[in-house]
Design a protein around this ligand. Structure first.
Ligand code: GLU
Length: 488
């Protein structure tokens, strides 16, 4: 099995592109195959210089290592289409010589005039095909000398595929089963553009053939191109790879998850946005794996290795799949919990010191221990400012509602109990609080609430006793006294 991920460097890697790369990767690993990264950079008008680095960074971030590709030479390089022109030229020449393609000189205006002439209600966008090609300037209608003269004088021209009418084009798709297209619905596709560069269709099939690709796995949006590819393979006398077209990714409100409607709903579209927003790569990978594939049972959490084991094209569905950002958060929370506090602390320590000033790595580990169950993203810890600095203010609504006239005095009485508490542990502190409320003859909430507010400034948060252990005796006493003084 040899598979490839073949992105065009026209922008930052799309989240759907990462899913395509993932499915290719999983199959290659599962079957001990080869996973190739090929950069399809023949469309110079849409070329974005930073895009290739972004593709490499995002694949590395997701942990999808390719076997061959840019800077990883293998048996079928180079891996940029821009460096493979001679192969495309040779294929185009073969196609013209064998009568499967022809040279056409028509300008864009001439093609538009032809379309105008043939346009009817039933045929709003006439093709360049059997019917129309006989009216145009091409090597089928012009004499050989005339064609030679025009080419020789540098007249712009393209190479088109000669599509024979009345043919049924068939291929088996792993996801869709047998797919049939009538050749009458396929136009004489341009294979080489007037700038001499191949179009996607020609370059794609030449490379898939030359690179020995056995399985083409790509998004459903490429399905309409496949009949052209099949015709090209036939014309060149090559065997087509097997095909799998992955289901469309749909927006939560229906319709394709286009850049525009994703942005409207606050759904990031590029992989780097997910990375920069602090998503765990394993969460994104696991989430994308389930976006079109299912394991056939109830399992939802899979490491990359487990995915390799479980994945198969047979379980990829045909129906479009809805993108659910909440599900991704759920995955993120799961993977975050799976990381050690020390690991998360190591990641967040620089940002914490930047935001709140110097603090030890150990204290950040302890803070993460305290907060982990409540965190969805690693950076959620930055929102728990009270762990790293004293509360600047106390939540106004809670003060209004629950801070009573005697709250300050109760806090002060509690500090006296705490001064002599022997075991500064969660259990020890719980008994200290219990004995204080018994002594003061008050309800639990009357003391617990002001303590929480004094420590964190917030009405809710981590366990109260764990929080006191985290702060230690001196800081706890300071915050309780401080609140008693500052609040009315
Ligand atoms: N270059 C195409 C893309 O940008 C590749 C499609 C294919 O896999 O054939 O997605």
């Amino acid at each position: 099995m040899r598979v490839r991920f073949a992105p065009s460097p026209t922008g930052f890697l799309h989240i759907g592109g990462l899913r395509t790369a993932l499915y290719n990767y999983l199959l290659a690993r599962k079957h001990g195959g080869v996973f190739i990264l090929r950069i399809e950079d023949t469309d110079r008008s849409r070329f974005v210089p930073e895009a290739e680095q972004d593709i490499l960074d995002c694949l590395a971030w997701a942990g999808l290592e390719f076997d061959q590709g840019p800077e990883k030479e293998g048996d079928c390089g180079p891996y940029h289409q821009s460096k493979r022109s001679t192969l495309y030229e040779a294929a185009a020449d073969t196609l013209v010589e064998s009568g499967n393609a022809y040279i056409a000189f028509d300008t864009a205006e001439e093609i538009e005039v032809m379309r105008e002439r043939h346009r009817t209600q039933d045929n709003p966008s006439p093709r360049y095909d059997l019917i129309t090609r006989s009216e145009m300037s091409n090597s089928l209608t012009l004499s050989a000398q005339e064609v030679e003269r025009r080419v020789g004088s540098g007249e712009p021209h393209v190479v088109r595929l000669l599509v024979q009418p009345g043919k049924s084009v068939q291929f088996d798709d792993f996801v869709r089963g047998t797919v049939t297209f009538e050749s009458d619905t396929v136009d004489d596709q341009i294979l080489v553009k007037s700038d001499g560069l191949p179009t996607y269709h020609l370059a794609n099939i030449v490379d898939d053939h030359e690179m020995g690709i056995t399985h083409v796995i790509r998004g459903e949006e490429w399905l309409p191109s496949t009949p052209k590819h099949i015709l090209l393979y036939e014309a060149l006398g090559w065997t087509a790879p097997r095909m799998a077209h992955l289901p469309l990714i749909l927006s939560p409100t229906g319709g394709k998850l286009s850049k525009r409607n994703a942005e409207k709903q606050g759904i990031p579209v590029t992989v780097r946005q997910y990375r920069d927003a602090g998503y765990e790569p394993q969460a994104v990978v696991n989430f994308l794996a389930m976006l079109g594939w299912n394991p056939g049972d109830e399992r939802e959490l899979f490491s990359l290795e487990e995915l390799v084991e479980a994945f198969s094209l047979e379980r990829v569905g045909q129906a479009g799949v809805q993108f659910d950002l909440q599900k991704l958060s759920w995955y993120n929370q799961n993977y975050l919990r799976g990381r050690s506090s020390a690991d998360i602390a190591g990641q967040m320590h620089p940002r914490i010191t930047e935001q709140f000033g110097e603090c030890s790595l150990e204290s950040v580990v302890a803070a993460i221990d305290l907060m982990k169950e409540r965190m969805v993203y690693a950076h959620d810890i930055l929102e728990a400012a009270f762990l790293f600095e004293r509360p600047l203010a106390y939540d106004e609504k809670s003060v209004k509602k629950k801070w009573k006239e005697d709250s300050g005095d109760l806090l002060k009485s509690f500090t006296r109990v705490l001064e002599s508490t022997q075991h500064w542990t969660s259990d020890g502190l719980e008994s200290a609080l219990q004995s204080a409320i018994a002594e003061l003859d008050i309800g639990v909430g009357q003391l617990m609430f002001p303590v929480r507010l004094a420590l964190s400034g917030q009405p809710s948060g981590p366990g109260l006793y764990d929080m006191m252990v985290y702060f230690g005796r001196a800081e706890t006493l300071f915050r309780l006294n401080d609140a008693a003084q500052r609040l009315p």
